[in-house]
Write a protein that binds this ligand. Sequence first.
Ligand SMILES: C[S@@+](CC[C@H](N)C(=O)[O-])C[C@H]1O[C@@H](n2cnc3c(N)ncnc32)[C@H](O)[C@@H]1O
Length: 768
Amino acid sequence: MKELIEKYDPITTYFPPLKAQQWHYKVHPYFTKQPGNVVAKYIEHYTRKGDIVLDPFCGSGVTAIEALRLGRKAIAVDLSPLATYITEQTCIGPIDVDEFQEAFNRLEKRVLPFIEKIRKASKEYIKEYKIKDWYPQGVSLPKNADCELVEDLFYRPQLIILAHILANIEKEEHKRYRELLKFAFSGILHRASKTYFKDSKDAGGGNSGIFTKFRYWVPKRPDKRDPWELFKIRFRIIRSAKNKWNDILGDRCIGKDLVVKTKSATQLSNYIEENSVDYIFTDPPYGAHIAYLDLSIMWHAWLKMRVTKKTFEDEIIEGGDYEHTIDHYKDLLTVSFLEMYKVLKLDKWLSLVYFHKDHKLWFTIIDAAKAAGFEYVNTVAQPLSKQTFHKIKNPLKVLGESLIVNFRKSRRVFPAIEREAVPAIKIIYNVAEREIYSKGGATSEDIMRAIVPELFEANLIDKVALTNMNDIFDLLVTEFDHGIDDRWHIKPEKMDKLGNYIPVKDRIKYYLISILRREKQLDLDKIVTIILPLLINGHEPTQKEILEILNEVAFSKDGSKWELKPGKPVVFQQELGFNNEVDYNVIPDLSAHNRTIYKLVMLGRRLRFYPYVGKMEYPEISEKLPKEVAILQGLPINNIDEVQRSRIEQIDCIWFFEGRIPEFAFEVEETTNFLTALERFYSLLERFPSIGTQRRLVIITPRSRKRKLTQELLKSSYAGHPMYMERKISYLYVEDLEAEYPKLVSDSEFSSNSIDRLLSPPETLEIR
Ligand SMILES: C[S@@+](CC[C@H](N)C(=O)[O-])C[C@H]1O[C@@H](n2cnc3c(N)ncnc32)[C@H](O)[C@@H]1O
């Protein structure tokens, strides 16, 4: 039962990626590394200390590293031995760095005389020299490589030195340091090969064709690097990484907290217990452009790692030397979803990185995950690297970044929701306005990243891609202004049409910030003459009220010209509209039902939620509320069908966080039929499942009716499979609300938890 009450909302915003700053980023190269700080945010959000985090396509192990850093346990799976090797060697710790240094010194002593000799040797000597140390011979590279064999990738002096370093690493007696030295060796192979070239764009001054062209590409002028110099640099990088890792770990030891498996994700349940994993964060292989196993041949050969025909057959890619078809790719990915579903615990989350140019694959992924039983929750546009995208005009280019798709293993299969057909243009304008409003002016990046997931969800991404709508900025220009601050703003003439759920004080504040951002300095009279006409349709503020709000956001040096206060941009909805004092204890004359709703509105407001009041009650309650208390004038939920909308609209009171996300919903049972209340809650749950797992669907009832209601609930089809409403609703007794209301509104510690404490679950066992 405890698990059912666990409360998490999906992450809905992106995080600025900080790739190169991570201590583990440079230890060993791998394909499409994820930014660790972003992965960490997801792990922190969806798990607790001690939880098990799985990545079934772990690559270089970023998920495992971040999970371990955050005190979680990690299971890292990858088909590629190179990937699991990098993961293991990066995660291992703590390491005695002095001992590691000693092992390096021993190696240097052994190899340096020979290396010096080779460095000075004549061309003829090198040509004739018979290599005594082992190196991979006769290992074929993929068909699309510029060389035939692994050994051909190296200039002869490089090959001689590499073979000698490896042979001497093998002589190190201490296994842990031998492996770490080998890890350093592995980390230089691409640089010590003919695929390496000078690249001014790269911070390290060079790059390899393996990671830029994703094939064994030999440039016209390779940068011929000395393997021992490269090795020394790599050793220092690993030593300093291990120092940092030691600091992070403190007195912890990575032992059983990490399990690494070199196996296929299509068989997870063969080696991971079913229903045992708390969270999955993964970046699966995408489509055709990276054939991981083909590209790892050089490493597998040098490190003597065994890769069988079966391994290649199991690889989830399109193309490669095995010429896998797109159907092979989709089928195996689908199987891996089924397996992830099996090993994940109920009600837990799966976050999946989507990184593919072909947006159609997004639908394939969603369908495959749904077919496995997952509930699709949301998609976030998440950049992989820090780049501005001034020039990106087409929303599909956002896919040049990545999306993170969140799913949940729910206890029932969610039926496909018939969506209201909202035209793409409307979505674009709505989302843009929401972003502009909530951020006090939004950048193109903000808007684009918010639009893309919504277009996906409305199944309109294709349409937008194919029509002339693909230049979204051209559309924005007609409705919004692009200011000198490089942000979009609401056009002054359109301001009075700003979204209907924005409270008037917030609108004034928004207008003030927006105007001052644009004009830099303005005098009060001018400000008032601009603002007043914008508010014609609503409450007309006095000059004094405007001045009050102006004082919050701006300052004046000379008493006449005003400019914005310096500092962080204002976050609107969390901060604004709640500052003015209201007398919470004056309850107007209303029916008992509406008095309860009135109190709920006031409590919601006190908690800085945006209260919504049921359609029936709205006229009477909005009339009696003090004018400082803003309530939503419409349901701020998009993309729901009419039936659902009309049900949700009748819920007596809903508290929306940021005016968008329902946190609590209340039905006052005195007049409503109980089953109708459940039906309304159910519609809300379809769109916002977390409100149920938090048990914040609240029936307000006299204590005396509790038993009867629970009996009614248990007899209904809402109880048990598939809806389990008995696990999602709570009771709040009218008597408690009456008694607690005056205390709550005057309690300086009042929080959502104070409300949670008043709620009690239906005691179904007692009744059954
Ligand atoms: C996009 S990469 C993951 C990169 C990783 N996120 C990182 O930060 O390094 C996808 C991985 O899936 C692996 N892979 C492909 N087919 C697989 C399968 N059937 N089972 C497990 N892993 C597989 C590839 O070897 C590759 O390492």
